[in-house]
Write a protein that binds this ligand. Structure first.
Ligand code: SF4
Length: 364
């Protein structure tokens, strides 16, 4: 993947001399720099909301994360004695997916890299140590694609090395990129670390990538990156999320699943997760404002207890059941899971009565 070359870099005064800042700036010579107090105050101008988003995505901010860099999330707390955490390593990314929840979640759309890695690594280490023998699962990629800026930051190197010390903890690096050089370089350390780092890709049929995942690598490029990472010795995860119910959706997923499972080593797939498109009304407003002609919101959506809109439940169950049955022909169905769905939906899909036992566990 080509290095992201922003039009402009914002640098907070407080981290202007940090070694990571200096290294990133060295890799991006000739890009104009504006020094600022606080990345949260960046205000990009534009004639339209869409213009502001597009302009923002052409910039990069280097900043210090104040407050927690490791946040527990509670939706699956207690499952199999493990606890899950998000690592807050950045905000936004260079891609521009129409469905990205960050569009209505963060104060601006400028891709932001947090350079206080030492604090982040210390927090992760402290969290693991305070968990004792309890399993803990860490996810990178929630508020920023896990590898989008890895060629600039080298963060994955530090994370893989850290987790190689702690086999009781696991790390998932979730990405859409082909930015895998650092990960592949570290394959020997990962084997020593008992395979507790999983690199997962969001896979989407190419038609939907073209329509909704602007500026992202193609399906084939993601697949080739996943093959290389498997060959380097890592386990990978497959995330079919968000599943968008467009015309011919099943035919497209069928072709994609066949392509993936023909090419990938099944023994090195840690999990497959399925998640239907879901959104808050605030995100729907942004999507409509950015592109009134977008068809992503067309469909039978209903509000759910968490405030998010999802496809009408019978439609979701149909989607999951069809995909589940498709995937289980080729893959152990105990490793397939639904993302952010209720026990009732799991059971309707026919995923088994013991939902808890089927929730994904990276530490297995
Ligand atoms: S890759 Fe992820 S973080 Fe980046 S725009 Fe798409 S959904 Fe958002």
């Amino acid at each position: 993947m080509k290095t992201f070359y922003p039009k402009k870099i914002f640098v907070e005064y407080g981290i202007a001399d940090s070694p990571i800042t200096l290294r990133i700036l060295t890799k991006l010579p000739e890009v104009p720099i504006e020094y600022i107090d606080d990345y949260r105050k960046i205000a990009i101008q534009g004639d339209t909301i869409n213009g502001v988003f597009k302009e923002s995505k052409e910039c990069l901010a280097l900043a210090e994360k104040r407050g927690e860099m490791v946040k527990q999330f509670r939706c699956r707390e207690g499952i199999r004695g493990g606890t899950e955490y998000n690592i807050i390593h950045g905000n936004n990314c260079l891609f521009d997916c129409e469905y990205c929840f960050l569009q209505s979640y963060l104060g601006n759309a400028v891709p932001t890299v947090f350079v206080n890695h030492d604090e982040m690594l210390r927090e992760i280490r402290d969290t693991i140590l305070s968990s004792g023998r309890k399993k803990s699962l860490f996810h990178a990629g929630e508020l920023c694609d896990a590898l989008a800026f890895d060629d600039l930051t080298d963060l994955s190197r530090k994370l893989v090395l850290l987790f190689s010390e702690f086999p009781q903890a696991s790390l998932e690096l979730r990405t859409k990129t082909t930015n895998i050089d650092n990960v592949i370089d570290l394959s020997a350390r990962q084997k020593a670390g008992e395979g507790n780092v999983v690199v997962s890709w969001t896979f989407t049929p190419q038609d939907s990538i073209d329509l909704y995942e602007h500026k992202t690598p193609s399906l084939d490029e993601r697949l080739e990156a996943a093959v290389k990472v498997q060959k380097a010795g890592f386990l990978i995860g497959l995330c079919f999320d968000p599943i968008i119910r467009c015309d011919g959706w099943f035919r497209k997923y069928d072709a994609m699943v066949t392509k993936l499972f023909n090419r990938l080593d099944h023994t090195k797939i840690k999990f497959v997760s399925l998640g239907g498109f879901r959104f808050l009304s605030s995100l729907a407003n942004v999507i409509r404002e950015r592109d009134p002609n977008s068809d992503i919101l067309l469909g039978e959506f209903v509000p759910c207890v968490d405030g998010k809109y999802r496809y009408f439940r019978p439609l979701r169950v149909e989607i999951y059941r069809k995909l589940w049955n498709l995937i289980r022909k080729q893959f152990n169905d105990e490793k397939i899971s639904l993302c952010m769905e209720s026990h009732e939906v799991w059971n309707e899909v026919g995923a088994g009565e013991n939902t808890k036992a089927r929730l994904p566990d990276l530490t297995d």
